[in-house]
Design a protein around this ligand. Sequence first.
Ligand code: AMP
Length: 304
Amino acid sequence: MSLVVIGTVAFDAIETPFGKTDKIVGGSASYAGLSASYFYDKVKIVAVVGDDFHQSEIDDFNAHGINTEGLQVKKGEKSFFWAGKYHNDMNSRDTLVTDLNVLADFDPIIPDSYQDCEYLMLGNLTPQVQQTVIRRLAKRPKLIVMDTMNFWMNIALDDLLDTLKMVDVLTINDEEARQLSGEYSLVKAAAKILTMGPKYLVIKKGEHGALLFDKDSVFATPALPLAEVFDPTGAGDTFAGGFIGYLAKVGSINFNNMKNALIYGSALASFCVEKFGPERIKNLTQEEIAERVQQFVKLSKFEL
Ligand code: AMP
């Protein structure tokens, strides 16, 4: 049994009020894969990079026990590149550059050894490619979680709506939930999105936490109040990786386990923002994670 993560493995250039990076490793599959690897030891990545991507970065994934057999390296081509600049509030950002490069004609290869996929994380990526991966798995996974963003709503909405019909959980941020549903109220937005395919919806609200909906219930988690947020890039993907990684670890899908998954995802995301890029989530210990989760428990526990 395994957890397959598809998404981008990329170079990012990030600007925040605290500093600026040159090209560093990023991408939705990088963050989600690393994050999931703290919960589950059979994480497998499907993605594409150019030959500008360093082998040492692939070695880093492998050192986390991540199988990279499905990571294609395209000779003579360039990796996906994204550049973004955060506003002073660190919650909103402008995308400065999205160079699809190898992603433009990405044809995902699913190695035979990935056909044991029980949990599928469709990280932020072309909706058409997300769908192709589902179709190329001989057996439908037990749980399919999909992440996406406004970029794909703007340029590939029909494909996105088709893919949505095939998944169990959608994770998006509040702005994207409003765009997708045409509703300002997040409660109304959730009700509408839950008619589009997914049985569960997670709405990420940055420093204001996250909401989990199914058709009958709603659950909220805060984000951890942090003295310093250095770089929010990848927090959403890190959340998603922690969320599905935790569910893969416990092995049973219900609203109660999803509530805990929301906390574990949020805990991992809180580490991610402490340093530029995926640096912080490359070097976590189980003790640090357990301690952080306890902080979440303490933060919102009260008695009447
Ligand atoms: P997040 O901050 O969770 O939205 O994730 C940021 C990461 O997503 C960065 O590392 C980017 O490389 C990657 N990314 C940015 N735009 C896209 C896109 N259109 N499709 C897939 N991945 C993207």
